[in-house]
Design a protein around this ligand. Structure first.
Ligand code: ADP
Length: 433
């Protein structure tokens, strides 16, 4: 039983006891008067403490030092209250310290952070995000972010809500063009964390790298054509001694390899350059594949059984040059990595409304661990075999870029010793009936 109950019962019993004695000595009226006075005194005691409590509660800030002094059971109540207020202000202090620390940490972060509500309104942001996105926490809190960051790609990105890849956004800040990578991280109940990163420097470096490769390749092209031409002439010159002819043939072979490398580097840098929009036409895939096959059969010199299977008359919307390059690379690879008398089949079909192109070979196959890395530049499983067969190590990197530029998917399945299948799946929007 609580102390308050105990004290109440004690007072009632004492009052009853004395009222009884007074009843015996002075009569009922006197006893009732005593009882009434005692009740009035108890009520007065409580009301005066309640008033003190009310006054304290109405203070602008409740601190334990201001808690009124009490007597009787109110002494205990006020002591409990003081303890509660002390604990509460301690945890509040800890909380504001933690909040302050969080604010300092996020302010010191090199990345911008914006907290967005489920309907994309700004809840909070750090100073870096204010700078990156041109927003202000003080003025724009609660505003729809798309009213402030109005670029079309940003609005579309938020609308589509596919946040798997970051959005690259060009912004003009203080008259300078900047590039930002924006990553949305969903959290809580449909809320989003927007992380912005300034990648202007990396973009510049990447452009410099691409320009450098393109320029070097371009500059090498003409001297290599000249060297290759003269080597060819000299090799076939009757007056050239046989020993020299062998050396010249070898040099010519290497010059041709270098030419292929330069050509592939140029193709790759053209594909990498996002300014180069794809030149779309409607392509008759059957015709394109037959044409490529005629070139490949000379490479295969009838060592392989090559089949072409066209299961749909659907045409493809895309860049003929780029698709020719991707299809040729996959078909040439099948020829180069399939031993003599192996089988190669090339397919064009429609599946679930999508266009499917695939090359199946019965060649050497690829170990599973290499598959995810095959589309990296110069990634080769067997470097000497790749060189022997005239590979540049860039074929699949070119294929990957073409596939991406056509919103398609590249799938590779393979089994060692049994063969490989390289599939390109084109979305329905690229098929023309
Ligand atoms: P490369 O010019 O070396 O062939 P690619 O980028 O075309 O360069 O291919 C990368 C690597 O993938 C090759 O070196 C080879 O090891 C492997 N590869 C590609 N196609 C096939 C295939 N059809 N069968 C087996 N291995 C393949």
């Amino acid at each position: 039983m609580s102390n308050i109950w105990k004290r109440f019962i004690y007072i009632v019993l004492i009052t009853l006891f004395f009222s009884g004695i007074f009843w015996g000595i002075f009569g009922a009226a006197f006893a009732l008067l005593l009882f009434g006075v005692t009740l009035f005194w108890i009520a007065l005691h409580h009301v005066s403490h309640l008033v003190a409590l009310e006054r304290w509660l109405l203070l602008p800030k409740q601190v334990s030092a201001n808690i009124p002094a009490g007597s009787g059971e109110w002494d205990d109540v006020f002591a409990y209250l003081a303890r509660y207020v002390r604990q509460h202000s301690q945890s509040q202090e800890l909380l504001s310290l933690a909040l302050e620390r969080m604010r300092n940490v996020t302010a010191a972060m090199p990345d911008g952070i914006v907290l967005l509500t489920e309907n994309d309104r700004i809840e909070w942001c750090n100073p870096v995000a204010e700078d990156h996105l041109g927003i202000s926490l003080a003025l724009d809190s609660g505003q729809q972010i798309t009213h402030l960051v109005r670029q079309v790609p940003f609005v579309e990105y938020l609308l589509v809500r596919n946040f798997t890849k970051p959005l690259i956004l060009n912004q003009t800040r203080r008259r300078h063009k900047s590039v930002f990578s924006l990553q949305f991280v969903p959290y809580g109940f449909n809320q989003k964390l927007l992380i912005s990163r300034d990648i202007t420097r990396f973009e510049k470096l990447e452009t410099m790298r691409q320009d450098f490769i393109a320029n070097v390749s371009h500059e090498l092209r003409t001297p290599l054509t000249v060297i290759s031409g003269f080597l060819d002439t000299l090799t076939h010159e009757e007056t050239t001694p046989d020993f020299d002819k062998r050396a010249l043939a070898l040099m010519s072979e290497q010059a041709i390899r270098m030419q292929s490398l330069v050509e592939d580097l140029l193709v790759l840098s053209r594909l990498e350059n996002e300014q180069n929009k794809i030149n779309e036409t409607i392509i008759n895939v059957a015709d394109l594949l037959s044409e490529i096959l005629r070139g490949v059969e000379s490479l295969s010199t009838e060592k392989h059984l090559i089949k072409l299977d066209i299961a749909t008359q659907s045409q493809l919307l895309g860049s003929e040059t780029e698709l020719r390059s991707a299809f040729s690379n996959l078909i040439n690879n099948a020829v180069r990595y399939t031993p003599e008398s192996g089988e190669i089949s090339i397919h064009w079909q429609e599946k679930d409304g999508q266009g499917v192109f695939y090359v199946q070979d019965s060649g050497i196959g690829i170990e599973a661990q290499h598959i995810p890395r095959l589309t990296e530049r110069f990634y080769r499983i067997d470097t000497s075999r790749s060189r022997e067969t005239g590979g540049t190590g860039l074929g699949l990197a070119i294929v990957k870029h073409v596939v991406n530029r056509h919103d398609a998917r590249l799938q590779i399945t393979s089994e060692i010793g049994k063969g490989s299948r390289f599939t390109i799946v084109f979305p329905a929007k690229r098929l023309v009936a």
